[in-house]
Each structure stands twice: as C-alpha cells, then as structure tokens.
Design a protein around this ligand. Sequence first.
Ligand SMILES: N[C@@H](CCC(=O)N[C@@H](CS)C(=O)NCC(=O)O)C(=O)O
Length: 248
Amino acid sequence: MPDVTIFQYEVCPYCCGLKALLDHNKMPYTAIEVNPLTKDEIKKHPLIDQSPDKKYRKVPIALVNSEQVNDSKNIIDRLADLRGSASPTLKSLDKCSEEEKADIDWAYDKLVILFPPNIYRTLSESYEAFEYMSKSASTWTAWQKLVLRTTGSLFMWLVSPKLKKKYNITDERQELLDAIADWMKRVSDKGGKFRGGESPNMADLIIYGQLSAMRDMTTLKVLQDSNAEFKAWYARCREAVGPSQRRS
Ligand SMILES: N[C@@H](CCC(=O)N[C@@H](CS)C(=O)NCC(=O)O)C(=O)O
C-alpha cells in the first residue's frame, strides 16, 4: 500500500469524495487539517513545493510516497496507478465507463458548487460549518479556533451571495433538492439501490463522500428529511464505505 497523507479541510467535498474511495478500498491515510485562513500546514511543509511558479494552495493535496500530487482527480488517478490490482471502485478516471464519468463530472461541475451557498446561507448555518471545522482540527490553539469560527463564518456568509451570482444560482436550497432528486432518479433507473446496481460504483462513492462533507450540518438534514429515498441511499453508501481508514 502506498504511504498517503492528505492535506484537507474536513468540510471540503473534494477531500471527502477522495476519502470515501480510500475508506471503501481499505487504504490507510494520514489527514492533516489545513487552517483555511493561514494555510500554514501547506506553506510550511518541507515536502510541499513552495516555488512561486508551482505553489498550489487548494485542498486536497496528497503526499503519495512523499511525492506531491495536487487536485482530487489527479490523486485518484495516482492512487489507482499505484494500487496495481484493478479495483472497480478505485480506477483511473479515464477507465470509468462513459456513464460513470458523466455522473462524476456532474458531481464536480453541478452538485458541489451548490454546497457553499447552502452551508453558508445564513450566519447561523455558516457558524455551524466553521464550528464543525474547528472541532476537527485537534492541533490548532483555542485562539486559532475562535478566530476561524468567528471571522471565517462571517466572511463566508458575506461571500455566499457572490458565489450564487458567479454560478447563476437563484434558490440554493431548491436547486440542491432538485439535484438530489435528479441523482435519485438515476439511481432508481438502476434498480434503486446504487447507481452501480447491487453495489456502489465510483460515482456513488464520490457523490456520497462529497455529501458527507456536510454531515452534522443543517443542509444534509434538510436533504434527508425531504427525500426518503435519498436518506436510504446515503445510509447504504455509508455502510458500504465502512469505517474511516484515517490513521491520524
Ligand atoms: N479541482 C480541485 C478543487 C479543489 C478546491 O477548490 N478546493 C477548495 C476547498 S473545497 C479550496 O481549496 N479552495 C481554495 C481555498 O480554500 O482557499 C480538486 O478537485 O481538488
């Protein structure tokens, strides 16, 4: 198994989609929570390239056997290469079926962009997201957590309308409910259990993982309370993904 470290935010859907694949494939990893205000964990890490032309400041970033890989899709491809034996749920994205690829593209291009305007839509929901984020960062000081919770939640709540405008979103809640209904229609076309049929495919796992970034948040509760089929699919995916393979 490769040695994998992931620089992440606990609420980052790209990070959570990636981790769902690792958990399901029983691949252990270390996760380092990045402070979104300072990004010190990335800026000060000796194995992260700091040269001006190569510096990358988004998450996830992975160290795979000490080699830096940026961007969740590149990380998936790299891990699939290294894993050697083919796994239907950890293969390089260009080995996915056209349908699986289209579902994954939909998740990246349409679904995930609806998350921020939802989780930061009110000041209290924004605070809830940052409270959750600060709880996940065991190595930060109480002061850092307080600054993150207050400044971060206020900032994202203020930025949220700009995100809506940028992505042409009018009613963030309704559009997310519609997207989930659309996804469940596609799952139902395959018998209703998973989009992959009797077992989850990569799209099920990535989409579940991305949505799990909002666990314990109001948005996910609203989705589950409004759509019983979705609630059941989400629970089946959680079961299929199994326990976290995070070592520390
Ligand atoms: N295409 C990238 C997107 C990564 C991304 O946008 N991550 C967000 C967090 S969810 C980020 O780091 N944004 C910049 C920031 O927080 O400063 C991927 O799939 O990894």
